[in-house]
Design a protein around this ligand. Structure first.
Ligand SMILES: NC(=O)c1ccc[n+]([C@@H]2O[C@H](COP(=O)([O-])OP(=O)(O)OC[C@H]3O[C@@H](n4cnc5c(N)ncnc54)[C@H](OP(=O)(O)O)[C@@H]3O)[C@@H](O)[C@H]2O)c1
Length: 336
């Protein structure tokens, strides 16, 4: 079968190479899926370019997110049958509650979804939402639970009338925008691009702040909320943006610490949170149960994931080049 591989110790997109792998055969508990689409996350790019937390020591198929059709199941499998449509879960396997110590993620260290066939334990798949196409469903596995857990499961869940601030217009932020809107919340986005802010507004954001032209964007956010601050920050920037997030979160609000987009430099002092009774929550993608929860929300609210561009498998390297450029909004998808 066709696949893509990341070579060990890769530090650039040259480390992403086309490969041939044997078609997987199911073990007793495995479900083999003919993949139809996979999507890219910031993490996948960071792994290929050597910016991830650890280097790869063997050729590894990238990407954690994907959707396809079951073609074979092992004799002990009870949850799926050939013909079913499925979506991969990010961790293999974290079903619910606190994460097990030995959970491993697709795309590193485990082989991922950028391949024609993927075989996983049956607990590593969920049924695909019937209202979505394969391309749309392939965007859910990582960014979906991350946004959902930040809004709904970390601290107090978002309520109607709350205000949510999403940093940037990538995959996590656009799911957060859509889920927050469905919950009745107002959404403010930050972006490096006025054009992307206009797109976010067309999806229901009430306002946007360009963080390139407003370096002190937290002041704009406070002004947009009449000095009250926001109820939740989707904190994709990390240590570089955290202090500003602490400043513009409101009374009893929460900052969901998700990303590292602003780089490793910066300093943040949680003192600002103290008298506001505000809180900081670490997010680590999420369990299968959280993916199933957001799929329910997608079905009920008829949410359609935001896809910027779709590439064929043979041109998956171009998909990563688009990601390098920063010139995308929402998700980038590869089809097989
Ligand atoms: N902790 C977890 O469980 C978890 C799970 C998923 C992702 N993440 C992390 O969350 C972050 C977002 O992931 P993603 O997959 O959504 O990324 P993505 O789709 O690649 O989106 C990145 C977007 O973030 C914006 N951005 C870049 N630098 C920024 C900065 N300094 N301040 C504010 N926004 C900035 C840009 O938006 P504009 O172009 O609009 O400026 C960019 O398009 C990444 O750091 C990723 O590693 C963490």
């Amino acid at each position: 079968m066709k696949a893509w591989e990341i070579v060990p110790n890769s530090t650039s997109l040259d480390g992403l190479i086309p490969a041939q792998r044997p078609e997987p055969k199911p073990g007793p508990r495995d479900v083999v899926v003919r993949m139809r689409a996979a999507s890219l996350n910031y993490r996948d790019h960071a792994i290929i370019t050597g910016k991830y937390r650890y280097p790869l020591d063997h050729n590894t198929i990238p990407c954690s997110d994907g959707a396809g059709e079951v073609v074979a199941v092992g004799p002990s499998v009870t949850r799926f049958k050939p013909g079913d449509r499925t979506v991969s879960t990010f961790f293999q396997v974290w079903i619910d509650g606190l994460p097990p110590k030995n959970r491993k993620a697709l795309g590193a260290p485990l082989d991922g979804t950028l391949a024609e066939f993927v075989s996983l334990d049956e607990d590593g798949w969920v049924p695909m939402p019937p209202s979505l196409t394969f391309e749309e469903a392939a965007t859910l596995s990582c960014a979906g639970p991350t946004a959902w857990n930040a809004l709904m499961n970390a601290g107090a869940p978002i309520k109607p009338g709350n205000t949510v601030l999403c940093l940037g217009t990538g995959g996590v932020s656009m799911f957060a925008l859509q889920f927050a809107r469905a919950a009745g919340a107002r959404v403010i986005v930050t972006s490096s691009s006025d054009e992307k802010i206009a797109r976010a507004r067309s999806l229901g954001a009430v306002a946007g702040v360009n963080y390139k032209t407003h370096l002190e964007w937290q002041k704009e956010v406070l002004s947009l909320t009449d000095g009250q601050g926001v109820d939740c920050v989707i904190e994709n920037g990390g240590i570089a943006t955290l202090q500003r997030s602490f400043q513009c979160v409101g009374w009893g609000g929460k900052v969901a610490l998700i990303g590292v987009l602003g780089g490793a430099q910066g300093s943040a002092n949680p003192h600002d949170l103290m008298f506001k009774l505000a809180s900081l929550h670490g997010i680590g993608v999420g369990s299968r149960a959280s993916l199933e929860q957001l799929i329910q929300a997608i079905e009920v609210n008829r949410i359609k994931p935001i896809i910027d561009k779709v590439f064929p498998l043979d041109h998956a390297d171009d998909a990563f080049r688009l990601q390098s450029s920063g010139g995308y909004f929402g998700k980038i998808v590869v089809t097989m």
